[in-house]
Design a protein around this ligand. Sequence first.
Ligand SMILES: [Zn+2]
Length: 162
Amino acid sequence: MHKILIEDIESEPNKILHYSFDDCIEELNCKISAELDLQALGDFIEVKGHAVGKINLTCDRCLSEYEYNLDIDIDETYAKTSLKDEYGQELELKNGQFVTDLDGEDEIDIYNLLYQSVILALPNKKVCGINCSEGMFVSDESMQVHDDRMDIFKTIKIERKD
Ligand SMILES: [Zn+2]
């Protein structure tokens, strides 16, 4: 489900295939809508686009459930031929940009890409709102969404469902 054959991308007139995803990521109980362009670039497949969705999170402070809006830019590159002998599982192109090794697979798993993207987009600190009922003081610093420590997760190998 939601897997796209590389040959289908390559057989498009300009080698760009548009894909609309509108489905639930079951494991995260989260509804996602995404508009993606998959482009064949020789040995690489580039997937770019945008995803929005909603996910229920549990507040770290008051433990109540709240709805979190996801708004994610997708920019992922896959290598058709194996790179790992030379570069390891993932090759860093430039800052924060990694190439995922398809390791001979002939399709792109959009479901898994969006699953991984949602995981990376989740806030480090989950707070239901600035008026959280526990009423604890929330400093600007602890509300900060981005945390450099999260960046190391981007180097973790993407798990495939075989
Ligand atoms: Zn709360």
